[in-house]
Design a protein. Structure first.
Length: 119
């Protein structure tokens, strides 16, 4: 099951992924401090994440936790980016990323090893 999360929902999920099960008021406090959101905005976004099946709420205390792992969302978002921007060609994304800045010899060695391990 693929869940499409928008940027604002990903910010809420990031708190849940980092903090684990956490009261909604703590999520709201963190996002108010970090982004200037008001409490109602955070609660609305939490409810959307719950409706989409990305998170759940338990009582007492309106405790929220992520139901989907960060890695699953990252994989889905990466696949969507490759399809949408790079015409489904992962090598085009990889080439673009590598051309953005000069990599150190150590970084290149780690990338080579990663490619070898995946082959």
């Amino acid at each position: 099951m693929e869940i499409k999360l928008f940027d604002s929902e990903l910010k809420v999920m990031d708190v849940l992924w980092r903090a684990g099960p956490v009261p909604a008021r703590q999520v709201a406090r963190e996002l108010t401090e970090a982004l200037g959101w008001n409490v109602n905005t955070t609660y609305t976004l939490l409810k959307r994440c719950i409706q989409k099946g990305a998170a759940e709420r338990t009582e007492p205390g309106f405790v929220c936790r992520a139901l989907v792992p960060r890695e699953a969302v990252q994989a889905a978002e990466t696949d969507a980016l490759i399809d949408r921007v790079y015409g489904g060609h992962a090598e085009a994304l990889f080439a673009h990323l590598l051309s953005r800045r000069k990599l150190s010899a150590e970084e290149l060695a780690r990338l080579r090893q990663l490619v070898e391990d995946l082959s």
